[in-house]
Design a protein around this ligand. Sequence first.
Ligand code: TXA
Ligand code: MG
Length: 358
Amino acid sequence: MQTEILSPTPEHIAVAAAALLRGQLVAIPTETVYGLAGNGLDEQAVANIFAAKERPRFDPLILHLPAGVTLEQLQGWLVDVSAFTPTARALLGSLIDTFWPGPLTLVLPKCPTVPDLVSSGLPTVALRVPAHPVAQALLQAVQTPLAAPSANRFGRISPTSAQAVYAELGGRIPYILDGGECAVGLESTVLKLSPEGIPTLLRPGGIPLEALEAHLKLPIRASEDGKTGPPEAPGRLSSHYAPSKPLRLLPTPFAQLQPGDWQQVQHLTTGHSHLGILSFATDPQALLNTLSRHWPGITFSLECLGSDPKAAARALFASLRRLDEGDATLLLAEPPPISTGLGYAMMDRLRRASSLSR
Ligand code: TXA
Ligand code: MG
């Protein structure tokens, strides 16, 4: 199959909408990462998404909705919150009013309208209203929820540009709508709300956890998947966001490594003469000098994300992708300088990216 990259003109949006309504797949820009969209109420289209991504069917999809959708419209159609307490309903309503459109995905009890394939047989469905104007134009045109996982092959780095989608799925899907670089760069925050109004974080992401806690005036517990009972966030069990090269996550930033730590890090890189470095440093030349002092004769490919969390998050996946495509044989990543907010979400992605590494 030939894959066409379409500029987001009204004509191309109409082409993409028609393809989606025929059951075909279209990669679409969102403010977080690119998604691989299909008609979320069409079982066959949803099955095609799993096939194109080589995604196991136990990992459920998010349904994307048009801006302005209300809880009243969703109730009885996609979700069933009739068992929610008045407090839980009020919390849910205010999350929707405050954070939609935007990078917040809400996991709620589902209605039978939602194919079991979308929710991988779970009694809940994940919903989100993306803020990207091209995604919104398309959602308005199709008038159906779009199921859209990140547009990468399963387990790999999420794409934040049309070119990155092409590298992942070129030849497997007919169209990619090009909406430019994603502004957030990390996937949405996934939050589950119980009928009693208890929120659980299933995935840190583009909306900082602290912002949700401040809004709800409640602490949010993190899902303890795998420790007790069935998984709450099935996709979180496996390693994710992985480059094809081994990636090691350092215990502290380069600037804080003690002499003993340096010896350990040097030991990790034995046998490699070209290292890929993912850093949050603000002065690439100073970092390069430090690295060259500790690894004389080694070649470095350096990606410096800087210390501003928003800018770093926006650049993270593209930097990882460049390192993966370059000549380095081993990748080393620093932990983010800040461990809250987007720093927490970036650390989550780097941990998962490194856990798959050999
Ligand atoms: O920012 C995003 O969320 C992007 C863009 C394209 O919208 N989408 C995305 O989708 O990251 P995906 O499929 O790569 O990740 C969805 C996550 C998975 O970890 C999945 O397990 C979880 O949401 N999820 C979906 N439905 C769920 C459910 N009913 N219960 C628990 N977790 C669910
Ligand atoms: Mg994904």
